[in-house]
Design a protein around this ligand. Sequence first.
Ligand SMILES: Cc1cc2nc3c(=O)[nH]c(=O)nc-3n(C[C@H](O)[C@H](O)[C@H](O)COP(=O)(O)O)c2cc1C
Length: 320
Amino acid sequence: MALTTGFTELFGIRHPIVLAPMGGSAGGALTAAVSTGGGLGLLGSGDGERQWLRRELAILTAGTERPWGAGFLTWAVEPGAVDHVLERGARAVMFSFGDPSRLVGPVRQAGAALIIQVTGLDEARRAVDLGADVIVAQGTEAGGHGARHGRSTVSFVPLVVDLAAPTPVLAAGGIADGRGVAAALALGAAGALLGSRFQATAESLADPAATTAIVAGSGAQTERHRILDIVRGSRWPAQYTARTLPHPHLDRWRGREAELAASTRARADYNADVARGAIPPLPVWAGEAIDLITDLPPAADLVASLAAQAEVALARAGRR
Ligand SMILES: Cc1cc2nc3c(=O)[nH]c(=O)nc-3n(C[C@H](O)[C@H](O)[C@H](O)COP(=O)(O)O)c2cc1C
């Protein structure tokens, strides 16, 4: 039994499994590996920084013949970067976090698929109105950034499925094994988009200390907050929090966001701690499902095992 869905048919791919376009982690090698493995790789293109894009797109296009795409942070990206990935052959462009209205034109003109990640029903309605080809429904279990007032994956995904039908929906947030992929399909999604699980793979660009922490860590230790964005001087808009593993500067400032934002010392202290190696260069962004992550496999093998586990889980559920 193959897990064929409206999503796999849209791209002519084997498995309804998608690499989240994680800025800094989902580079060309990881994206190519997921696509070659039969899923859909999405390059973590962030704000579209051109030097990074050029380097990683060269690795990606040399690494796979299969369909791939790129994902951008809507609030941060310059339009020229979208044209750049389309010129290099992106079959899909995904936008997350913000109003993508100004960015969809070039995607349409290139004939690529428009994927929009949403964190609430208003955003889902806007994605439908914009004519998204695929909508990603992100639950608050997700690693990395998401809505400050997000919804849980299990209750949010079916709402988006109903609202968006017949547009295919992908479930995201807290999915890290084949049972989670099966659950996404049972909720009516046409596939699953995984971030934290793919961060811990052989091809990930994440710092090895971060992937080791994910393998050792537990979802119960993760926490959503803005503290590490504020202290790093990041431009993330205030309506987004990020789920991370524990961090000394999170402990220092928890509950004191306004004071932190006004502090002139806080950022200097943070940078000094990074410079002397007392803290990692970046927060460890990780979702609630990391207890299920116990190894660092090659990503193509992971795609195959996720799909095989999902088939078993669905067959077993059907027999009960
Ligand atoms: C390390 C990390 C970085 C991320 N960066 C991005 C990003 O740049 N753009 C984006 O759309 N989503 C990003 N996300 C969120 C994912 O798109 C996705 O919603 C999330 O990973 C799903 O939850 P999971 O981590 O439990 O699989 C990131 C997630 C992680 C873990």
